[in-house]
Write a protein that binds this ligand. Structure first.
Ligand code: 5GP
Length: 205
């Protein structure tokens, strides 16, 4: 069995779970070690404070369809009213060359990616409770009230899907949640299926 060099980390949660903040902090803490974020393509318009190429590659519907036809996406789907797609090439590159690639995708995207990249790890971030979830979503300055209602309804059905994930982290406070995800990622190379076989042979003969 070939040992895989890089780690693909699929992080999913309902809106309000806090996965974007967790990803941002993980990248900041591990800048030196080649941790990257998979910048998805989306047809959603940018929100205030979002920059093209940083949070997302913001594209038109036509461009999105063109990329999809060219098989540039490892997976794509519709979330709310918009399309989202994960670039395939950066994932292949990380597996070959090493490093950590964090992906922030919805539950369906996580399933499709895990099927294609079985060595990837799946982590679900849960809010500490439904009341807190509602509070976080209702306080979001970036959504109007209809969007808030849609997101809350969808989030309530998504939190029930936590069993589909290999790891579950409850995000009550940001720092301990970031630390837990960080520990999960940093110990992945100890998983039996991720062991470096050359190193094992040197040790055990
Ligand atoms: P938002 O518009 O709030 O940034 O994201 C909406 C949802 O789309 C979130 O659950 C986010 O994780 C998900 N998402 C973002 N990029 C992708 C992607 O490339 N593929 C999939 N399947 N979901 C994505």
């Amino acid at each position: 069995m070939k040992s895989i060099k890089g780690k693909i980390v699929i992080i999913s949660s309902p809106s309000g779970g806090g996965k974007s903040s967790i990803c941002r902090q993980l990248l900041k803490n591990n800048k030196k070690d080649n941790w990257q974020f998979s910048v998805s393509y989306t047809t959603r318009p940018p929100r205030k404070n979002e920059t093209n190429g940083i949070e997302y590659n913001f594209v038109t519907h036509a461009k999105f369809q063109e990329l999809k036809k060219k098989n540039e996406f490892a997976e794509s789907c519709q979330v709310h009213r918009y399309y989202y797609g994960t670039s395939r090439k950066p994932l292949d590159k990380v597996l070959k060359k090493g490093g950590v690639m964090l992906l922030d995708v919805d539950v369906k995207g996580a399933k499709k990616l895990k099927e294609q990249f079985p060595s990837a790890v799946t982590i679900f971030i849960l809010p500490p409770g439904r009341l807190e979830l509602k509070k976080r979503l209702m306080e979001r300055g970036t959504d109007n009230s209809t969007q808030k209602r849609i997101r809350y309804k969808r989030a309530l059905s998504e939190i029930k899907l936590y069993k589909r994930f290999e790891y579950v982290v409850i995000n009550k406070d940001l720092k301990p949640a970031v630390d837990e995800v960080d520990m999960i990622i940093k110990s992945l190379h100890c998983r039996q299926k991720n062991l470096n076989l050359e190193q094992m042979n040197r040790i055990v003969g």
